[in-house]
Each structure stands twice: as C-alpha cells, then as structure tokens.
Design a binder for this molecule. Structure first.
Ligand code: SF4
Ligand code: SF4
Length: 289
C-alpha cells in the first residue's frame, strides 16, 4: 500500500502551490493528485499530457415532473435549502444550484413527481508529466469541488499505484476546512499544513489542526514568507509544538516566486533563496511519512 502525503493550507494564497510543486519535483516514485480543482496553478506547473479522460458525475439534484405534480406545496415547505420555487407558469421547479441532493422532497412527494437525476459536473484525467503520473480533475462552470470528486481522484491514484508498484501519493489539497478537505485528509499518512505569519494564518492553522486531529492524522506545519513577521512565525512554531504537531520549517519571502509561477517554472527550481529550506522541509516530511 502506497504512503499518502497531503499538502493543505488554512486558506488560499499561502504558498501551497510553491511547496506542492517543489515536493513533486523532489519526490521520487510517486503519483501526483491535484485535489484542488478550483485552482489551476498545479496544472500549469506540471504541464500534464492527458492520457485518459472520464466524466465525473456530481450530486444528483431533484427534478420535478410538472405533468405528475399536483401542486400540493409539500416539497417547497420541506426543503430547508429553499431550492424549490414556483415559476411564472405556476409550475414547481428545483433550483439546481441550491439543491443539496438530500432526497427529502422525493421521499415526501405524494404524487411521485420528483426524481433525482445524474448530472455531469466535470471531467477527471490521468496524465503523464515530467514529474510522474498525475490524476487531476476539471469542474464545469458553477460546479463545486466536492468531497466525492476528491475521493474519486485519490482512489484512482491508489489503484494506479498498486498496478504500477508506486510507493508514494502526493496530494495537493483544497484550502480551508470544507468537505473537499475532509476527503483529502481522510486516509492520509502525513498532512503538511502551509500557513503564513499572520494572526489569521494562526487562526486558520488551528482550525485545520483540529480537523487533522479528529482524523488522527499526523500533522506538520510550514510557515511560508516567515520573514514578513518573525514574531508571528515564532508564535506559530511554539503553538505547533504545544499542540503536539511537528514544526517542519520556514520558507523566506522571495519576490521571484510568483514570477516563477507566472512563467510556468517550479519556484524551487528557479528561486535560490527557497531551495535549502524546502529541501529540509521535504526531508523532514519524508521521515514522518
Ligand atoms: S410534493 Fe410533489 S406534488 Fe407536491 S408540489 Fe412538490 S412535486 Fe408537486
Ligand atoms: S433534494 Fe433536498 S435540497 Fe434538493 S430540492 Fe429536494 S428537499 Fe430541497
């Protein structure tokens, strides 16, 4: 069974791509999983050549058959997401963007006028990159990155790793603590949390740490751009150790990092100031994986 290393952050824009792309460069014998389908940075940096494409079925929203509907209003009253409304023709209609696919209206409808319908919400791919195989996904406009999508791409990576005898899976997770992140953390062997030296970064880190603790996953912390506020960077290091986490290291601010990403270069390769710290963070992470 391959070992799974996940990189996440409390919120977007903390430098997760910098670290994940660097790990993708440094780690041998791995499959890369891009579980952050809302952000295109990893896709741009890894330059995947797509070898397989499949459709991803998202949530099943409810659909009302107006020929069967008796307009009893039960479904509209029950739906706690306010997803059911009456249109200009006085028909009962489901707003798919609001529907949570809870199935309650279908079960309650006395006329059996409601069904849950499959929708294609995106595509997932297996690709070759200069750094190994990558499993990734693209969501159609309006579709949300769901836990199901993350579970699916991770599952696919595990199947491939078994088939090909690959030792590691490197996952670029979504920011935050929502449903996709929960799916990202689930089953991981080690989670690296990237944060920035601000009070909100510390707050976000605490939320992510609690989430990881609830999954009993070992967690390491990296402070990106630590030199923008060394006092808070010190607070984060102390906080991590107090809470039993592993402090993996600090990456300095380098104005060339965003330029490298814009130029489709892995920051680790083109920015000298971050090379050594990232190598140390990588080695420490692999020791804990
Ligand atoms: S519960 Fe069924 S019959 Fe009643 S309004 Fe809704 S769809 Fe129509
Ligand atoms: S499936 Fe649930 S969320 Fe969707 S319309 Fe029916 S009651 Fe509302």
């Amino acid at each position: 069974m391959s070992r799974e290393l996940v990189i996440i952050s409390g919120k977007g824009g903390t430098g997760k791509t910098t670290l994940t792309s660097s790990f993708a460069y440094l780690m041998k014998n791995k499959i890369i999983v891009d579980a952050d389908a809302d952000a295109a940075d990893m896709y741009i940096l890894m330059e995947p050549e797509i070898k397989r494409k499949e459709f991803f079925k998202g949530n099943k929203p409810a659909k009302i058959d107006s020929d069967k509907c008796t307009k009893c209003d039960i479904c509209r009253q029950l739906c706690r997401f306010d997803a059911i409304y009456i249109d200009d023709n006085e028909n009962y209609v489901v707003n798919e963007m609001k529907c949570d696919s809870c199935d309650l209206c279908r079960l309650a409808c006395p006329a059996q006028a409601i069904e849950m319908v499959d929708t294609i919400s995106g595509e997932w791919y297996e690709s070759e990159t200069p750094y190994g195989i990558m499993v990734h996904a693209k969501l159609y406009p309006g579709a949300e990155n769901s836990g199901n999508l993350v579970t699916m791409v991770k599952h696919r990576a595990h199947i491939l790793s078994e088939e090909k005898g690959i030792e590691y899976i490197l996952v670029d997770g979504s920011p935050g603590i929502g449903c996709p992140v929960i799916s990202t953390i689930s089953g991981a062997n080690f989670v690296v949390v990237v944060t920035e030296p601000t009070q909100s970064g510390l707050h976000d880190l605490d939320r992510v740490r609690q989430l990881c603790d609830s999954f009993k996953v070992k967690t390491g912390v990296v402070v990106n751009k630590y030199d923008l506020n060394e006092d808070v960077a010190n607070q984060i290091e102390n906080f991590t150790q107090e809470k039993g986490g592993i402090f993996l290291g600090r990456i300095p601010f380098d104005v060339n990092v965003p330029k490298a990403i814009v130029n489709k270069e892995i920051p680790y390769v083109s920015c000298d100031s971050i090379k050594k710290p990232i190598e140390e963070i990588f080695n420490k992470s692999m020791e804990n994986l």
